[in-house]
Ligand binder design. Sequence first.
Ligand SMILES: *Cc1c(COP(=O)(O)O)cnc(C)c1O
Length: 368
Amino acid sequence: MSFDASSLANAVLRQLQAYDPGHDLPALRAKFGGQLAELGSNENVSGPSPQVYAALQGAMPEIIRYPDPRGMSLKRALARHLGVATDAIALGNGSHELLILLAQCFADSQTSIVHSEFGFAVFPIATAVAGARAIRVKAMPADHAEAPYGHDLDAMAAALRNDTRIVFLANPNNPTGSWFDDAALERFLAQVPSHTLVVVDEAYREFVDVSGSGGAMPLLDRFPNLVVTRTFSKAYALAGLRIGYLVAHASVVAVIERLRESFNVNAMALVAAEAALADQAHLQTSCSNTRRERQWLAQQLGERGFRILPSQTNFLLLDLGRDAAALERQLFERGVIVRPMGGYGLAHTLRISIGTRDENLRLLESLP
Ligand SMILES: *Cc1c(COP(=O)(O)O)cnc(C)c1O
């Protein structure tokens, strides 16, 4: 008699699949050595502040203890940095965990969650985990001048229902690289009733340099149903430590605290994030390097005849106009890892993270 627990999984999980990492990266690193160009996961190749390494060394003796379950030292530093109160902040094992927690805490099978077609992949997963009804709103058209494949905020506002508990927005969005400005967000928030939380995922916020796009944080005072999530994984270059945060009305944070695992953020992540936050000069240098490299790479790819979508992030979306699997395969065989986007319904595109100049050159040389 064969045993298969998949039929025992709860109704929600029967609809879900495990994360597909794309490639076995540890095996590939062993095979290609230093020759692998890892442009698939939007990591920051500039690395974190050197002070992070010193802080991690200093914290070594602490690993025998449980971490501070409230993460107070980091919260105080974040509160100072952002100009908010510590009780407006929740810490997560990456912002991924916080997105899931938000859905679990505020939605259920009697409610709905609104997100955009081509929005960040965690949004539909969080919706499914909560057992909520997903309302997926059609994105901007492919040939839209400013935000191809981007969020259509007017259509999203029109899609809200009485039972909608959460709207997930990503600004800028992964994988499209698209963004919307502060005025558009404010117009959107003005149309959302207070019984619907508007979650703005700002994982790439630090890379944004267009005018009129300062981010959602200043709107928190006026819109108590606004939630902003951020991460140390991207611009702060701490993806391996898994730490992110959200800022919201204290009562939103208080609900999340009921479900959050007490020690969800580990001791090393807490000290590293605090050290990284303290070195804003390093962050600025790192982000301006990324922006410069982004512009250079977009131009190089454009000169080779590829359509590159506008991006305010640390990656580019290449729109091949036909199935991109063969191109992805060809790059892979030359040790250049990029991310195919078939899972998003964008099989004709590839997402390419900004690497070091050497890696970006490897990419260009590996193109047909
Ligand atoms: C990378 C990313 C995150 C951050 O994930 P972490 O769990 O904090 O590493 C969140 N949102 C978007 C849109 C992302 O691309």
